[in-house]
Design a protein around this ligand. Structure first.
Ligand SMILES: Cc1cc2nc3c(=O)[nH]c(=O)nc-3n(C[C@H](O)[C@H](O)[C@H](O)COP(=O)(O)OP(=O)(O)OC[C@H]3O[C@@H](n4cnc5c(N)ncnc54)[C@H](O)[C@@H]3O)c2cc1C
Length: 422
């Protein structure tokens, strides 16, 4: 048979999975439809969770050349709080803003250095099956190779396959994944602007985004300094808001740009190009995440944190967990070992994401969101807890106020009915 593993998609989830498998000595082929550096619509914000994963993959040195920030400036209803990333034994107290065109290239190159084979401009078209089991993919290579001329298709075979093709996950759906509509999802839109404040040590989040008529909506707006003369500006909205489908995100973005603090100097004149948007599948809304010979990682599994819309760290983490399960299956020559991946996802994120779902259902009601945000903005201590909870930076052993508050809510969430996990 061809390779040990084929990874479909070279974003954060696929590249991390390829890196960990190749580092463990397995023969990995990663196919990526585009070629690096390639754009991906994103806020480009890396929290301490993501930085930890990148450091573990040996990308820490390259990160250091990018824009580092110390925490979050939270703004709502005329109040402003600067909140540093909390101290945590497992995570650094800083994040980075790195354009995805560069970030994803860095991690893919790292996977190649570890021994993975990378085919760029190669689209996985459909699964290849043998005796009912997925054993690879039919791929189309845009550039000609010794295996065939430009645009020709070929089969790549492997003992296991990793689905890492992102939020739309056409390949995943061909293998039978679907989204559970009881879970929340997000939609967001972002663009770049030239700004004199491009090198600030804070990312900024606005918790009182309004539509054109001035109504506060359940979502948030962000301004993330990129450090290269630009800022990344965007707005995101949650599907728990009953009118979310009626919201025009381009207009929401225009309204946000109009109302953003003048000092950023963001406007049509400083825009670097039209904004682009995308979906944020959350809370492991997409499954099944494991088949007899394949696993699904990152956005293809709906791994985004519903609390804050962060997906890069979870793509790295799920890619790494999947790599461990696939390595186990390869060593044992038994696909049943892949089940450990599901178990690990449940143990790591099950309760936390359940609490997050309860939270986003609550803030889906604009009047409640308004009360919660304006109450929170009057207390620095409360907002420090909120940041710790929402960025999933709770300390494992030490029981501080944020951990105590989270545990109290989690105890209630365990009892509460959750349509997503009936
Ligand atoms: C507007 C917006 C803002 C966001 N901001 C942030 C943020 O600031 N911080 C954060 O942590 N998260 C953010 N996210 C979420 C984050 O972008 C995703 O969670 C993350 O990219 C998931 O990584 P992934 O590897 O699963 O998927 P992707 O990054 O989508 O990578 C999938 C890859 O697979 C390739 N591919 C797809 N189909 C095929 C195929 N058939 N064959 C071969 N290759 C294929 C694609 O070209 C792509 O390179 C944001 C999302 C959006 C939409």
């Amino acid at each position: 048979m061809g390779h040990d593993v084929v990874v479909v998609g070279g974003g954060p989830a696929g590249a991390a999975c390829a890196y960990w498998l190749a580092s463990a000595g397995w023969d990995v082929l990663m196919v990526e439809r585009k070629s690096y550096p390639r754009e991906k619509t994103c806020g480009d914000g890396l929290t301490p969770r993501a930085v930890r994963q990148l450091t573990d993959m040996g990308v820490g040195g390259e990160l250091a050349g990018h824009h580092r920030f110390d925490g979050l400036r939270s703004i709502a209803f005329g109040r402003e709080l600067e909140l540093r990333w909390p101290d945590h034994p497992d995570f650094p107290p800083y994040g980075y803003v790195v354009p995805r065109s560069e970030l994803d290239r860095m991690v893919a190159e790292r996977a190649v250095k570890a021994g993975a084979t990378l085919w760029q401009q190669t689209e996985a078209l459909e699964p290849v099956r043998q005796a009912g089991l997925v054993r690879g993919a039919l791929v189309r290579r845009r550039q000609g190779t010794s295996a065939g001329p430009e645009g020709s298709t070929q089969e790549v075979r492997a003992r296991y396959l990793v689905v890492a093709d992102g939020a739309n996950s056409r390949f995943g759906r061909a293998l039978g994944t679907s989204r559970d509509r009881a879970h929340p999802q997000g939609m967001a839109i972002r663009g770049y602007f030239v700004s004199p404040r491009h090198a600030e040590p804070w990312i900024e989040s606005h918790l009182d985004v309004r539509d054109r008529d001035g109504n506060v909506l359940p979502g948030y707006g962000w301004i993330f300094p990129v450090g290269d003369g630009r800022v990344n500006v965007g707005v995101g909205l949650l599907s728990t808001f009953h009118r979310w489908k009626a919201v025009n995100t381009s207009q929401l973005m225009e309204a946000f740009v109009d109302h953003a603090p003048r000092s950023w100097e963001i406007s049509a004149d400083t825009s670097c190009g039209p904004p682009t948007g995308g979906r944020l599948p959350m809370s492991f809304s997409v499954g099944p995440t494991t088949g007899p010979t394949h696993v699904v990682v990152g956005d293809a599994a709906g791994a985004i944190n519903p609390f804050n819309g962060e997906g890069i760290a979870y793509a790295y983490e799920t890619g790494r967990m999947a790599a461990a399960a696939v390595a186990e299956a390869l060593s044992a020559d038994d696909g049943l070992a892949l089940q450990a991946y599901d178990a690990r996802l449940q143990a790591t994120y099950g309760l936390y994401y359940k609490v997050a779902r309860a939270f986003v259902r609550l803030i889906g009601r604009p009047e409640l969101m308004r009360v919660l945000v304006s109450t929170g903005m009057h207390s620095r201590t409360l907002m420090e807890w909120v940041l710790r909870i929402m960025a999933n930076l709770l300390r494992p052993d030490e029981l501080g106020p944020a951990e105590a508050a989270y545990r109290a809510v989690a105890a209630l969430a365990r009892l509460a009915p959750d349509p997503a996990f009936a």
